[in-house]
Design a protein around this ligand. Structure first.
Ligand code: FAD
Length: 498
């Protein structure tokens, strides 16, 4: 049986999606067997946001064989231990969603269940006192967990804050060094065969680029997947009301914090992402509850130093393409869909999309069975992220603005409703296959948003409470004791990137 091997893949778009895709393709495919060409339009430019990541991004950098310190240096990067949510549950409270583990199992009992049991016995220790990332973030410390494996902070994990433009620049150099051909130009026409497969792209100026397979990384426009192949989007604006953001940069001020800050605002929330030499800021809001001028003023009020550029409004819609992959075209990045950046999941979904593509790598005929499975997997990932984000809004107790009153009454997807009911029973988690957000993430947001199980699991009664009490006490003291002696985030960065 002959394999009609794909011998040329064309990536359209030079934002984070385009260059992550190109880098992954160049790393995984032999250049003698498959040529990779990337077309990008300098005139259109990139979205220029997307600077907070999740831990699998660090894994991607390692898998590509990139030196982490060099990457951090080149992208103005800093370390991220999680996200601090300010004013989401009640206006005056805050909580932390840390990466990594929270506690360790006691015997063969789940840590969270043991902690619930301790609470029922009057122990007032917060769940997050057992999270190495939370304790490090509170003290503004950082250390590589991999270099402290058998210590109390060994279960920590981290992601990066990066400059989006510098990431694309770095990965462009990486991919070009591995054979990527880059063409500057604007796609003005998509030429299709009779069977609907894309044959070539015509650029302004007359050039034509042929390929066997096309990756649409053209941002929200989705020039190939939407514009040419006519794939519609699933609309999730009923679940997530925000539909615009206004963003700007400020100079660094104060301590270099190892986390993203997400502060609730009257009609949405604002982000603060500290890089080495500047800070990325933005306000995500709902146009139903704030106009652009009000949003701009809210953002400027939330800044801790003067804006370095004119705040830029970015409209978006929430949802995803009904098909991520159709015929010989795959949508990756914003062209495939978008869920607001509250948990910094978009760049992760780019890498996920390319991981699955490489796993389901087709020949030139693109077997529909591969396409079906790919679309099913990506839909599941998008739905998981959606549910997690909706939880942050829907569990609010705030009713001080019309926006937060609206959030309290948001409809819940059935999958999220079931997850909450299951958790409320006795803290049990519904974990799917290979999900991004594990039990500790859900527990953190449930706890931060005031959702607690009715009781602990009856199984914990099989463990002596004295053992639980002593283990919790030792674990808390061990984490706190070790974190005291770690370098500050800034000190650590200096030693790694000098
Ligand atoms: C407000 C906001 C905040 C965000 N924050 C985060 C975050 O913290 N973390 C995170 O993971 N993600 C975040 N994201 C998402 C993240 O920005 C994107 O996933 C990421 O930047 C990838 O974008 P992209 O490459 O798909 O699109 P873009 O950056 O828009 O790039 C599109 C590319 O296509 C090219 N192009 C378009 N049309 C044509 C054409 N006709 N011909 C040739 N080239 C063309 C453009 O020139 C450009 O190079 C955020 C998004 C928004 C809107």
């Amino acid at each position: 049986m002959s394999v009609k091997q794909i011998s040329k893949i064309v990536v359209v778009g030079g934002g984070s999606a385009g260059y992550i895709s190109a880098a992954m393709l160049c790393h995984h495919l032999k250049r003698e067997l498959c040529e990779i060409e990337l077309i990008e339009s300098d005139e259109i430019g990139t979205i220029g946001v997307g600077e907070s990541t999740v831990p699998p991004f660090v894994g991607l950098i390692h898998r590509l064989g990139i030196d982490e310190n060099e990457f951090v240096r080149a992208t103005d990067g800093t370390y991220k231990l999680g996200i601090k949510f300010v004013g989401w549950h009640e206006r005056s409270d805050s909580y932390f969603h840390p990466f990594g583990v929270i506690g360790k199992p006691i015997g063969n009992h789940d840590f969270y269940q043991c902690w619930l049991k301790a609470r029922s016995q009057g122990d007032t220790s917060a769940l997050q006192e057992y999270s190495p990332c939370n304790v490090m973030a509170e003290k503004n410390r950082f250390f590589h967990p991999a270099k402290a494996r058998n210590t109390p902070i060994g279960g920590a994990n981290y992601a990066l804050h990066v400059d989006a433009l510098l990431v694309a620049k770095y990965l462009r150099g990486y991919a070009e060094a591995r054979g990527l051909r880059r063409t500057e130009g604007k796609v003005v026409e998509v030429v299709k065969c009779a069977d609907g497969f894309i044959e070539s792209l015509k650029l302004a100026g007359g050039a034509e680029v042929r390929g066997d397979f096309f990756i649409d990384c053209t941002g929200f426009k989705g020039v190939l997947i939407g514009g040419s192949l006519g794939v519609d989007s699933v609309d999730w604006s009923n679940y997530l009301p925000c539909d615009r953001a206004v963003a700007c940069k400020t100079a660094s001020k104060g301590e270099l914090l190892p986390y993203t800050r997400a502060a609730a605002q009257p009609a949405g929330w604002s982000w603060r992402i500290p890089l080495q030499h500047r800070v990325g800021n933005g306000y995500v809001y709902s146009s139903q509850f704030a106009n652009d001028a009000t949003a701009r003023a809210t953002l400027l009020r939330a800044l801790d130093s003067a804006a370095l550029d004119e705040p830029r409004v970015i409209p978006y819609s929430t949802g995803h393409r009904k098909q991520f992959w159709k015929k010989n075209c795959l949508a990756v990045g914003l062209s495939s869909g978008f869920i607001e950046p509250l948990e910094a999941t978009s760049i992760h979904l780019i890498a996920r999309g390319m991981d699955f593509f490489l796993r389901f790598m087709p020949d030139r005929d693109c077997d529909p069975a591969l396409i079906r499975e790919y679309n099913r997997r990506m839909t599941a990932d998008f739905e998981e992220v959606r549910d997690f984000i909706v939880l942050h809004y829907s569990a609010t107790q705030r009713d001080d603005t019309p926006f937060w009153q609206h959030c309290k009454n948001l409809p819940l997807p059935d999958s999220l409703r079931e997850r909450i009911e299951l958790f409320k029973a006795h803290g049990t988690m519904r974990e799917g296959v290979d999900e991004l957000f594990r039990a500790s993430s859900w527990q953190s947001v449930f706890e931060g948003m005031g959702i607690r199980p009715a009781s602990h699991s009856p199984r914990v009664e099989n463990l002596e409470y004295a053992q639980i009490e002593q283990t919790l006490k030792n674990a808390k003291a061990a984490i706190a004791g070790m974190v005291e002696h770690l370098p500050t985030h800034e000190q650590f960065l200096k030693t790694q990137t000098a």
